[in-house]
Ligand binder design. Sequence first.
Ligand SMILES: Cc1cc2nc3c(=O)[nH]c(=O)nc-3n(C[C@H](O)[C@H](O)[C@H](O)COP(=O)(O)OP(=O)(O)OC[C@H]3O[C@@H](n4cnc5c(N)ncnc54)[C@H](O)[C@@H]3O)c2cc1C
Length: 403
Amino acid sequence: MNKINIGIIGGGAAGFFAAIEIASLNPSFHVTILEKTEKLLTKVLVSGGGRCNITNACFDTDELIKNYPRGNKELRNIFHRFNPADTIEWFESKGVQLKTEKDNRVFPVTDNSETIINLFLQLTGKYNVEIIKDYSVKEIEKSSYGFILNPDSKFKITFDKLVIATGGNSRPEFYSMFEKLGHTIIPPVPSLFTFNVENHPLEGLEGISLEKVKVKITDTKLQQEGPFLLTHWGFSGPVILKLSAFGARLINDMNYNFDVEINWVPDVNDIMKYLTDIKSNFPNKIIHSASQFYLPLRLWKRLVELAGINEDLKWTETSKEKLKTFSDILTANRFQVKGKTTFKEEFVTAGGVSLKEVDFKNMESKICKGLYFAGEVLDIDGITGGFNFQSAWSTAFIAANGI
Ligand SMILES: Cc1cc2nc3c(=O)[nH]c(=O)nc-3n(C[C@H](O)[C@H](O)[C@H](O)COP(=O)(O)OP(=O)(O)OC[C@H]3O[C@@H](n4cnc5c(N)ncnc54)[C@H](O)[C@@H]3O)c2cc1C
């Protein structure tokens, strides 16, 4: 009897995971990974600053899905079947020792993404997965017995079933072969980027970081809280990346030109009362030189200057209007964002194959039987912290089990 041929398009995180699972679950299948470049697992190699943040130790499904701006509803079901605890067990059972850092990100103890790559290569070897590099799939034809890849070329290959694990891409043309098979593509836009802010009044303070600020996109409901970093090109840090993810589409619609308001003291409820209290408790203190709210002194001084408060002014000498201006600067400091930067960060694509057309019980297309999807090619993306690999492993696991 002929072996069942399974083709996996894409030699990245989801493709390798699916291949290993399929081949180990059913050794009678012949599994082939087709990768368009001459390198395998490129993103895994550079991921997590070369350390590969494989997942996040977030074990509560309700909490976990909050980290996915797109796909959270569908992921809820599949996380019941393969979640971060399963990821940790999967890697550890195969000999990879892991560690969880204090922000819940999980890495191999070697702090080296090659540990993960070596494991994948070793397991694909063990389960006889065939790997074809330099093979770019440009067209997929559905036939009565399966699928023909690149049917008009001399290198056409046929498979009984296919797993699409091509990852994300910001160019819409990338998805046209899936559209030709009947799938709807949610227009791709970048997610997880930092904000460029030119000539802003905080220039010279680069490198300052804060544990918690609130950043809001002006005139929208979009806001996030978290750690913040001032860079030489603008604003960065987890709060900005998170805002870029949840606002990915809206920010794209605004052509990456928009205003943000920063609340430097998000935990203070009534800022005017707080400032008035300081004024009455420390009337003779000079405002400029004594930072409040644990703000770095350099930042505090700059904010004081922005409020038009002189260097030698004492609290008792401030008018109510001045205090009001200062409170506005502390809680809604406005900046103009002009452009974005994806700089070594874990950038991903929002958009991709519409989730409505995929059966999340097995990741099979509802439109084209025998076609399965896994990873970032789908309209699923997470924030930084290991969530993107987690959705790649989970969808690949479900697809493999479906097959
Ligand atoms: C710099 C960086 C760091 C990151 N760090 C992390 C991290 O630490 N933790 C985390 O969770 N996420 C991280 N991410 C995100 C994560 O890497 C991706 O979400 C994940 O790799 C998606 O897996 P995938 O298999 O779907 O796609 P990919 O890993 O992108 O793999 C897709 C593969 O398919 C191939 N391919 C595409 N089209 C074709 C075609 N037509 N024919 C044949 N082959 C094709 C591509 O060449 C590629 O090898 C990072 C991303 C970047 C850019």
